[in-house]
Design a protein around this ligand. Structure first.
Ligand SMILES: [Zn+2]
Ligand SMILES: [Zn+2]
Length: 107
């Protein structure tokens, strides 16, 4: 536990793509800790395929809630991992805010 906190994982345990290729570096990732087959670190694509990411997300910034997974995906909701290993969903409007666009992307 805590091995990935504050650090971008090397690669997705689901699809095997590197952090760069799977978008983990730019859009975040999900950490699954469970005594099941799914344990590991997953890019958002795999995370949503495995249903690791809750679709009943509430935007961490404006508090707007999304209760429809397909709709949220269409709208472009994203999930970011903070230093504590917690996933924070953000609605598309808040993703457009400069402050958020800067964090997590260090190119
Ligand atoms: Zn993946
Ligand atoms: Zn928002």
């Amino acid at each position: 536990m805590g091995a990935y906190v504050g650090d971008v994982p090397e690669a997705c345990d689901g699809c095997g793509r590197a952090a760069e290729a799977s978008g983990m570096r730019s859009t975040g990732w999900a950490v699954r800790v469970a005594p099941a087959n799914f344990e590991g670190v997953y890019c958002l694509e795999c995370a949503s395929a495995l249903r690791l990411v809750p679709w009943w997300a509430t935007c961490s910034d404006c508090g707007r809630a999304s209760c429809d997974e397909a709709q949220a995906e269409k709208e472009g909701w994203r999930y970011f991992l903070d230093g504590m290993g917690e996933l924070h969903p953000y609605c598309p409007s808040c993703l457009l805010k400069p402050a958020l666009a800067d964090s997590g992307d260090e190119t």
